[in-house]
Design a binder for this molecule. Structure first.
Ligand SMILES: Nc1ncnc2c1ncn2[C@@H]1O[C@H](COP(=O)(O)OP(=O)(O)O)[C@@H](O)[C@H]1O
Ligand SMILES: [Mg+2]
Length: 49
């Protein structure tokens, strides 16, 4: 199992967008993905489909 962390103190720099696109791309390569949003805003958890 591999863990990828996308973190930056600054908001609005593309963390969620990068995480979402990376997870999507890896899933398309048949990898089993668990995406966890550690941000209190939880945008990734809300938008993930
Ligand atoms: N590579 C990019 N090019 C242009 N706009 C981007 C890019 N990545 C993210 N954005 C836009 O920047 C804004 C903030 O992105 P977001 O992923 O929510 O940042 P964060 O999670 O770091 O707060 C969003 O409106 C998003 O659509
Ligand atoms: Mg975010």
């Amino acid at each position: 199992m591999n863990t990828i962390v996308i973190a930056n103190k600054k908001g609005g720099v593309g963390k969620t967008t990068t995480a979402q696109n990376l997870a999507s791309a890896l899933a398309r390569k048949s990898m089993v993905i668990l995406a966890l949003d550690m941000d209190a805003q939880a945008n990734l958890s809300r938008t993930w489909v």
